[in-house]
Design a protein around this ligand. Sequence first.
Ligand SMILES: [Zn+2]
Length: 282
Amino acid sequence: MNEAVTEDILIQELSRAGIQQDDNLIVHSSLKSLGHVHGGAQTVINAFLRTIVPGGTLMMPTFTFSLPMWNMPPYEKATSPSRVGRLTEVFRQMPGVLRSDHPSHSAAAFGPLAEELLSDHLQCTPLGCKSPFEKFYRSGGKILLLGTRQDTNSILHLCEVLAKLPYLEVAFTPGQNFEIAVMKNEKGGIVEFRLYQVPGCSRGFTQCEPYLRAEEVLKDVTICRSRSQLLDVKALVETMVRKLQEEPDLLLCRTEDCSICPRRRQVIRPKHPGDNCSPETC
Ligand SMILES: [Zn+2]
């Protein structure tokens, strides 16, 4: 079946999935998961906005990862393209959409809470306290992973911060607890900015899906042909923070070539002395 998706069909599907008028909504997305959409990304964004008006605010990541170590150019709020998908790049350029001023992990938003969510992002760690994602959590709302999985769910990095996981002191650069990001100031000069609590690897984030399903925090939904996930942000954060305090390595990946997870795993101490005892060591 190759029938094109329209704005009206999308609105019906979003509503059937459980997204309602006045919901605050974060979207992480794979546009191509929907198949052919009449009008492309703009149609999908219009459908989100028409579903949540007038009281809801739509927020999306517009991360640029502007770190010299990754050969990314300095962040410029007005022009730097989002590196996290077509929908986010079209959204940030729409009239009335605001963007935060963070050089690596900016977010864009539209709606009554947009200004408040995005303000003072430079004073925060990328996805930590007082960041747009933390303010969204405090405000309450839903997260839709449209055709994607938990490895795109940025708010899991906030859960690492709120659970006070010791591995946040470990950055990508060995022996350092921060990374350098760069941005352009109003005069065109390059400004360096230190990132603490660096959001690390997210390849392991899908490991929490069975647990979140069992806790009924993660709801599998289908939007047209897109296999998606819907979550309530407060339930997600509260459940995950509790879980991470019990199982602090849950979100670390198990791939051998990862440049950060193996070193992060090393700094996690057993919760109780003796947890790691075995007949050989005792
Ligand atoms: Zn990893």
